[in-house]
Every structure is written in structure tokens, then in C-alpha cells.
Design a protein around this ligand. Structure first.
Ligand code: ASP
Ligand code: MG
Length: 431
């Protein structure tokens, strides 16, 4: 008997009807002969509502208590889901993250899983029960306090459990049919991607595609755990995320596939970034180091960095970088304190930017991809602010109001679209 881990997002269990629908689906998987472990997110917008509640009580809630509060959301869904399964005549037992053996570090709000000891889950399975686990939470090894893994962290719970239980597959259910060549809300002609490598998925997720929690994909890649991303609202086959070798082997197997796989797999976009420019930085050793040290000490994750050649006359240069908007004020405050010692002229802050990226393993071996991307942007009248690349990705920063145009232009330039509208967004949140 194989073990299947299924994860259901908040939009799949948004209300009692949703919980019952998901319960029927879980029972089907059990009846098909699997041992079933389910990871569930908080119902609908519960997590947001709980954060709002906390902020009404205190402008700066203690991280420990906020985690304790937020984990309640997943506890509600796990218990009602177990009840719904009982009602269908099957045995189900719910477990908190801590009870399921999800051991983390002590970083509240962004804890990392360091071990999974799923003894109680295995015992429940051995007794023929379906195990339901609260997503996005664990317990700190050192402080023994309850922690959360960061927004969207239930995906990571699911993959970590799948690995610890040596499951055959980790199924991630949301309200869309899989991973698409672009966000279907922006590009209605987006196509479902049948197979995609961990590496490409990581790039898509890191560049803002709201498909999977980034750390869940890292985890899956490290342990080579296949993920099947699909909708809980339909029976359709979704997107398989596996190793690049498996993707290539499957592609070769498929009849009617073109000889060469597509060069570009998808287009991702991100509206959550801001840009800081440090104007007039003296062009001498140690300046960039000093600047990025204070950013690092403030625990801020930056993304693109661009430094200009310095003007010969002044010996001064400008440095720009992008970072999450939510961290913008912290970064500006930290940099302002540095102004006298580094001696730069001024700071500029711009949060009306967006990032658009094309991702595809095929680009590392085909020239001209950047040119085609930039030509498409220029034809759409989109100006490029910054550029960065990896082996399998090209990203640009553009004005936020032009993100939609840029996504559509890139999607068309690489022939990613389908003639029909394939994507159905069943729930509305994409989670
Ligand atoms: N309920 C949590 C959130 O909304 C975790 C999750 O959905 O994965 O972020
Ligand atoms: Mg959620």
C-alpha cells in the first residue's frame, strides 16, 4: 500500500461545503488503496483575519503569541475535516504540527523545519486511520514553543511529511488546475504546464509566481519528492514537479511532442517589490560592503543589485537594489544612519515597481532569448528599469502599471499561449 500526502489550501476548505467536498475526495483516495495523510491550511481568509485581530489588540504583538494565535486557524480546519471524514464512515485523526513531529528552529513567524518525527502519524496509519495534520506549524526544538513556518507554509509541511514518511507523491491541491505558463488572471490564454523541473519551479516561485511555497520546492528538490499540483475542484491531471531528468524522459515518451522542448517554460511576475537607489556612492573598496552589511544585519533579503560605472569626473557611482516592499522602511532607516560614514549623496525609494521574469531550462543552450524578450517589451512600450539573469531565467524591473502588458508581451513572444481559455480559477485566491 502506497502512502499519499495530500495538502489542501485555504480556498479548498473555505466553508463547511468545501470541507465536506474535500473529505469525500480524501475518502476516495483511501478507498483506492492508499494510506492517506492530509495536511490542511486554515479555512479561507482565517489567517488574515487572525492577524487583523492581533493588530487590533496590539500594534506589535509578541512573535511567540502571534504564532500561538495563527496556528489556531489550522487547528480549526484539521478538526472539522476529521469530523467530516468520520461522518462518511471512515476513521480520521487530527494532529497539530507539534503532535505530528514537525520540529523547527525558534524563529517565530519564519521557522525552518529541522526534523520530522512522525511516529504518531505512522501509528494512526497502521491502525487504518486517515491522518490529518495542521499545516504551517511546528514546535521549536530549543524553546519548546509553538512556531509557524511563514505565510503559505503548509506546502512545506506537506513535502516535509511526505519525505519523512517516504510517500510516493505529495499532492498539493489549490483552486487552479496546476502551474500555468503565466498567471491566468493576467493572461487568460495561459496554458497548463504538464511537467516542470524543481529548478524551474524554484525560479518561478522565487520570481513571484504564487504557485508553491518556495521552501517546499527546495525541500522537494533536496529529497527528490515528486509534487503533483492540482485543483481540489476538478478531477483533472495537474502539473508534475519532478527532477529535470524525469521531465526530459517523460517529454521523450510523449507522442506528438516536438523534437525539442520549449525554450521558455513560463512567465512569472511580482508586484511585492520596491527599489532603493543610493546616489553618489564614492567608488572605492568597501563601500558596497558597508551598505549591504547594514541591510543584511536588518535581516532583509535583497534581490537584484545594479551598480553603475562611476562618472570619470566625479568618481561617484549609483547603486540600486530591489527588496520586499514590506521591508522598505526598515532598509531606508538603516541606510540613512550610514549616510555620514559612507558619504553618499542621497537615497531614493520607489515602490511602484514590478518584476517580470521568463523562466526555462532550455534558455541556457539557446542564444537570443534576452533579445527576443526585450524586443517584445519594447514593442509593448514597456521601459526596463533593471535586468538580472540566472542560467535559466531573465528578469526585468518595470513600472508597476506596466506589469500586465509586460507579462502578456513576453507570453506571446515565446508562443506560450493556447487558443482556448484553459485556466479555470475555481476559488479565486490561487491557493
Ligand atoms: N494559513 C497559512 C497562510 O495563510 C498557511 C498556508 O496557507 O499555507 O499563510
Ligand atoms: Mg492560507
Amino acid at each position: 500500500m502506497g502512502i499519499v500526502v495530500q495538502k489542501y489550501g485555504g480556498s479548498s476548505v473555505a466553508d463547511a461545503e468545501g470541507v465536506k467536498r474535500v473529505a469525500r475526495r480524501i475518502v476516495e483516495a483511501k478507498k483506492a488503496g492508499n494510506q492517506v495523510v492530509v495536511v490542511v491550511s486554515a479555512m479561507g481568509d482565517t489567517t488574515d483575519d487572525l492577524i487583523d485581530l492581533a493588530n487590533q489588540v496590539s500594534p506589535l504583538p509578541p512573535a511567540r503569541e502571534l504564532d500561538m494565535l495563527l496556528t489556531a486557524g489550522e487547528r480549526i480546519s484539521m478538526a472539522v475535516l476529521a469530523m467530516a471524514i468520520h461522518d462518511l464512515g471512515h476513521e480520521a485523526r487530527s494532529f497539530t504540527g507539534s503532535q505530528a513531529g514537525v520540529i523547527t528552529d525558534a524563529e517565530h513567524g519564519r521557522a525552518k523545519i529541522i526534523d520530522v518525527t512522525p511516529g504518531r502519524i505512522q501509528a494512526a496509519l497502521a491502525e487504518g486511520a486517515i491522518a490529518i495534520v495542521a499545516g504551517f506549524q511546528g514546535v521549536s526544538q530549543t524553546t519548546k514553543d509553538i512556531t509557524t513556518l511563514g505565510r503559505g507554509g503548509s506546502d512545506t509541511t506537506a513535502v516535509a511529511l511526505a519525505v519523512a514518511l517516504a510517500a510516493d507523491v505529495c499532492e498539493i491541491y489549490s483552486d487552479v488546475d496546476g502551474i500555468f505558463t503565466a498567471d491566468p488572471r493576467i493572461e487568460p490564454h495561459a496554458r497548463k504546464i504538464p511537467r516542470i523541473s524543481y529548478e524551474e519551479t524554484l525560479e518561478m516561485a522565487a520570481q513571484g509566481a504564487k504557485i508553491l511555497h518556495l521552501r517546499c520546492v527546495e525541500y522537494a528538490r533536496r529529497y527528490d519528492m515528486p509534487i503533483h499540483v492540482r485543483s481540489s475542484f476538478s478531477e483533472k491531471e495537474g502539473t508534475w514537479v519532478t527532477s529535470a531528468d524525469k521531465v526530459a524522459a517523460e517529454d521523450a515518451n510523449q507522442e506528438g511532442m516536438t523534437m525539442e522542448a520549449a525554450i521558455i517554460t513560463g512567465v512569472a511576475h511580482d508586484r511585492s517589490q520596491a527599489k532603493i537607489t543610493i546616489v553618489g556612492v564614492p567608488d572605492k573598496p568597501g563601500e558596497a560592503a558597508a551598505i549591504f552589511r547594514v541591510i543584511a544585519d536588518a535581516q532583509i533579503n535583497i534581490d537584484m543589485i545594479v551598480q553603475n560605472v562611476s562618472a570619470a569626473a566625479t568618481g561617484l557611482t549609483d547603486i540600486s537594489f530591489t527588496l520586499p516592499r514590506g521591508e522598505g522602511q526598515t532598509a531606508m532607516t538603516a541606510l540613512t544612519r550610514l549616510q555620514d560614514s559612507v558619504g553618499f549623496a542621497s537615497l531614493l525609494y520607489d515602490d511602484s515597481v514590478g518584476k517580470v521574469s521568463i523562466v526555462g531550462a532550455g534558455m541556457s543552450s539557446s542564444p537570443g532569448i534576452s533579445a527576443r524578450f526585450f524586443e517584445a517589451l519594447s514593442e509593448a512600450g514597456v521601459n526596463i528599469g533593471m535586468i538580472s539573469t540566472s542560467e535559466i531565467r531573465v528578469s526585468v524591473v518595470v513600472a508597476e502599471v506596466q506589469v500586465t502588458d509586460a507579462v502578456r508581451a513576453a507570453h506571446a513572444a515565446f508562443d506560450l499561449g493556447s487558443d482556448e481559455v484553459e485556466a479555470v480559477v475555481y476559488g479565486g485566491t490561487g491557493r
